[in-house]
Write a new protein. Structure first.
Length: 76
């Protein structure tokens, strides 16, 4: 298993790819309990990272949509 630094700034797509690798390793490898726990922890951190990035993107989209609506109202 590759070492994983949760403070490492990776983009959403990279985090998803890493998460897919972790899940695949857990499903397809005959891992010992300690390795499974390590994979689980890494997967949990990656999932949290992805959720934060999605929430941030959703917030930016809502802010942009609100700005456009306000601009349209001011133009009327």
């Amino acid at each position: 298993m590759n070492s994983f630094d949760p403070s490492n700034k990776i983009n959403f797509e990279q985090a998803i790819q890493e998460l897919e690798k972790v899940v695949s390793n857990m499903e397809n490898c005959d891992l010992k309990l300690d390795a499974l726990v390590g994979h689980y922890q890494k997967g949990k951190e990656l999932l949290s990272n992805c959720r934060k990035k999605l929430n941030h993107a959703e917030l930016k989209i809502k802010e942009t949509t609100n700005d456009v609506q306000i601009d349209n109202q001011n133009d009327s």
